[in-house]
Write a protein that binds this ligand. Structure first.
Ligand SMILES: [Zn+2]
Length: 434
């Protein structure tokens, strides 16, 4: 067996930061320490990965990736999505269930897990809360939980019926799983294509008010409190407004154990981007006002938001290039999230990694496998990040099958140099190995 030595980097994980080499044998980290090279290896028995000037961290974990398979393979497949993830520094991603068919029963869960098995990322699955994501009756959550599904969501839509959501929370509590809500009041949001505000009126595009998100966040906080004695666990997906974040902050302060995430586009772009009617800037929830962007950043800084999740949403060009009010919402995220987080948040590197790695790992129920710490005996799921390399986003150079990044041509700082999955280097010097 060839050992792997990650040499010359600074290890950063939940326990702190230190200069150290990392030695991997099989799927496991076997040593972390200074100057590990030459420990009884001949040249053939040791593979080196240069981490000079780099941070060696637990692999990133994305709670929110749309991989489009089954049903929309022209936009993405599990293989291409996983490759994009590995290049982005991710060792685990949670595939959202709004596929065709929806991931709402054991057979589709099995299909996706099987497709993910040979990919370069650990592909986990979120199951639907309701059958077909129609919001009418509960899906077969127990049989999906039995296959290891830990997150359930109808993402793409929120569960509108409060009584059904209460029952889902009760049911999820009994199963020990987490419900993740796409917070959007469908009636209030109906017909909107961008954030409702100064820009929507100026551009004459029908808007979605911030309140469409906030109403459901507030309702679900109330339902989470109602079901808290049962041990219910509620996670809020892609929060985008100041009011949502304030509501979650107050709920946490009152002792309620809810968690929440935000997506990089909600702390790097505003609704002003829509000025050219380019549908690459169409996303749901929509790009918001500068005040909302500031609130998302503040929520990430003070711990109101537990995770940065990509909401990676590939769309084939013929779909995404339709006129603004006909194009589907969604943006690519897996290959740019790390650099945007490092570059735009003005937070210490360890805090950015907490938001991208070990905190989402915990929410996904993966803390035994992903998210570190980088220590002897732990699974070797790692990424090596060059925090100072400057690169320009070229849509044609992305591994994703789609091209709908809103960051085309943008200069970013920080990039994955290597990714190690189960002890195997799947990205070396920024190149995917499979
Ligand atoms: Zn969503």
């Amino acid at each position: 067996m060839t050992d792997l030595l990650i040499r010359g980097g600074t290890v950063v994980d939940a326990t702190g930061s230190r200069r150290a080499d990392v030695l991997v044998r099989g799927r496991v980290v076997v040593a972390v320490g200074a100057d590990l090279d030459g420990t009884g290896h001949d040249a053939a028995g040791l593979r080196m990965l240069d981490a000079g000037g780099c941070v060696v961290a637990p692999g990133l974990v994305d709670l929110h990736a749309h991989l489009r398979q089954p049903g929309r393979e022209e936009a993405e497949t599990i293989e291409t999505g996983a490759r994009a993830a590995a290049l982005g520094g991710y060792t685990a991603i949670v595939a959202m269930p709004n596929t065709e068919p929806a991931i709402d029963c054991a057979s589709v869960v099995r299909e996706v897990l099987e497709l993910g098995r040979s990919s370069v990322c650990d592909v986990r699955v979120a199951g639907a809360i309701t059958k077909g994501r129609r919001g009418e009756e509960l899906a077969a959550m127990a049989e999906m939980a039995e296959l290891g599904v830990r997150l359930f969501t109808d993402d793409g839509a929120g569960v509108q019926d409060g009584r059904l959501m209460r029952r889902a929370l009760e049911y999820a509590s009994a199963l020990g799983v987490t419900l993740a809500q796409h917070c959007e009041d469908a009636c209030l949001a109906a017909g909107g294509h961008m954030h409702e505000g100064e820009w929507s009126s100026r551009l004459g595009v029908p808007g979605v008010p911030a309140e469409a998100e906030e109403l459901m966040v507030m309702r679900d906080i109330v339902l989470a409190r109602l079901t808290a004695p049962l041990g219910s666990r509620m996670h809020f997906l892609h929060l985008s407004t100041a009011g949502s974040i304030a509501a979650v902050r107050a709920a946490k302060a009152s002792g309620l154990a809810v968690t929440a995430e935000a997506a990089p586009h909600h702390f790097t772009l505003t609704d002003a981007s829509v000025a050219g009617y380019d549908s690459v800037f169409k996303v749901n929830p929509p790009l918001r006002s500068p005040a909302d962007v500031a609130a998302v950043k503040a929520g990430l800084a003070d711990g109101t938001l537990d995770a940065i999740a990509t909401d990676h949403a590939p769309h084939a060009p013929e779909e995404k290039e339709r006129p603004f009010d006909h194009a589907p919402p969604g943006m690519l995220g897996l290959e740019t999230a790390l650099a945007l987080s490092l570059g735009e948040l003005d937070l210490p590197l360890a805090q950015v990694l907490a938001l991208l790695s070990w905190q989402p790992a915990r929410i996904a129920g993966l803390e035994g496998v992903h998210g570190g710490p980088v220590a002897e005996g732990r699974p070797a799921n790692l990424c090596v990040i060059d925090p100072s390399v400057v690169w320009v986003v070229d849509p044609d150079a992305l591994a994703s099958r789609s091209r709908n990044t809103p960051y085309a041509g943008r200069k970013l700082t920080g990039r994955t140099r290597h990714t190690v999955l189960r002890g195997e280097p799947v990205v070396v010097d920024g190149e995917a190995q499979r």
